[in-house]
Design a binder for this molecule. Structure first.
Ligand code: KG4
Ligand code: ZN
Length: 356
């Protein structure tokens, strides 16, 4: 089955085409082509994503990105598309609606069924995809623990199968990507802040620059699987407020200490969640897992956890699929299709849609 995925939940306008096969026990995906337009430059002027500007840009760019995606696969039109998967939430509602309306028009014009897709399901299944290999059928052992870390979310999802999911922990305030973005802003760095902080932290590590203060590791010892990042962010704010000026050296040291605090918190909570759930596989999805130091620390966790508690598989998506994209939406749409088989025509944007 050939699936067209459409993603407009935030500041990326993305269209992707994949071929999907198999069933819920053995999913197979072949990447055919895609196109994406990032609005990061436009929003960075405002220090964050402005919903109405995102809406305007998506509306303008969707037909262009669709053309480009089709061209990249060698298709001229939508005749060979069997299913349209579109993100209906979570995300910015004005932005989500643009994708839904566009998908609906295509669905009616070409008489193709469409399925509503949860953006977070996309981040989970992004680990099943491979843009470089011919096709990918990846066997993954259940139960799965998914850690989703992005600009809008920080949560643990426990999966008994691809369709039995439960949220077992989440941030009580800021998402981890949001904390990266806000701290970057305090340091005078552009949006999105994650990659900027990550670069500075890496330089600080190679130059052995350390901050004399320690920032808190929030909720490290709480028994639950929840997170909180606003206290950490506020500690950075107060630290900077007490300085008369912020030197480049200070920026490096703050970036490193902040990143270390985030990494320690995420690793420690994940270890706790793995022990609690006895999951066989850990999937990590969302833009923040593009962070190099965090990836390295998760690889270390795989070793220490396997030695002490039993074998665990840790799967991280390939880099181009960690941040928002439509390939993961097409794949999640296939699962939704297999699950329901009665494509739903009653679509609406749901900003706070939960994984279900
Ligand atoms: O998943 P994503 O592309 O969009 C959302 O659904 O939010 O994630 C974007 C978030 C932003 O907050 C961005 O700063 C963060 O991911 N991010 C990073 C890195 N690259 C992107 N955070 C830390 N280190 C990175 N290298
Ligand atoms: Zn995302």
């Amino acid at each position: 089955m050939i699936i067209l995925g459409i993603e407009t939940s935030c500041d990326e306008t993305a269209v992707s085409i994949i071929e999907a096969q198999g069933d819920l026990k053995s999913l197979g995906f072949k990447y055919l082509g895609s196109a994406i337009n990032s609005q990061i430059k436009i929003h960075s002027e405002y220090g964050g994503v402005v919903p109405n500007i995102a809406k305007r840009e998506h509306t303008k760019n969707l037909p262009i990105i669709l053309e480009e995606a089709l061209r990249s696969t060698g298709l001229k039109d939508l005749k060979s598309i069997d299913l349209i998967a579109v993100t209906v939430g979570p995300g910015l509602e004005p932005a989500l609606w643009t994708g839904i309306i566009f998908a609906k028009e295509l669905s009616e014009k070409w008489n193709i069924p469409m399925v509503p897709t949860n953006h977070m399901d996309g981040h989970i299944v992004s680990v099943l995809l491979n843009k470089t290999e011919e096709s990918s059928v990846r066997k993954i052992e259940f139960p799965i623990l998914a850690l989703l870390i992005s600009g809008g979310h920080t949560e643990f999802i426990f999966l008994k199968s691809w369709t039995e999911k439960e949220k077992i922990g989440q941030t009580q305030d800021d998402a981890v990507g949001e904390a990266f973005d806000k701290v970057a802003r305090m340091l005078g760095l552009p949006y999105p802040g994650g990659p900027e902080i990550s670069n500075l932290a890496e330089i600080a590590r190679t130059k052995n620059i350390v901050l004399e203060n320690k920032f808190p590791r929030p909720m490290l010892h709480s028994k639950d699987l929840n997170f909180s990042f606003s206290g950490l962010k506020t500690s950075v704010l107060y630290y900077l407020k007490n300085l008369t000026s912020i030197s480049d050296q200070t920026k490096l040291a703050v970036a490193r200490e902040f990143e270390d605090a985030v990494i320690e918190t995420l690793i420690s909570k994940t270890q706790k969640a793995l022990q609690k759930t006895e999951a066989k596989t850990l999937i990590i999805g969302g833009g923040v897992i593009a962070n190099k130091a965090l990836r390295e620390n998760f690889l270390k966790l795989k070793e220490t956890y396997s030695q002490n508690y039993g074998e665990i598989e840790i799967i991280i998506p390939e880099k181009s699929l960690t941040t928002d994209n439509a390939t993961m939406i097409a794949a999640a749409g296939f699962i939704e299709y297999l699950r329901d088989r009665k494509p739903n025509q009653n679509f609406k944007a749901e900003g706070n849609l939960e994984v279900s």
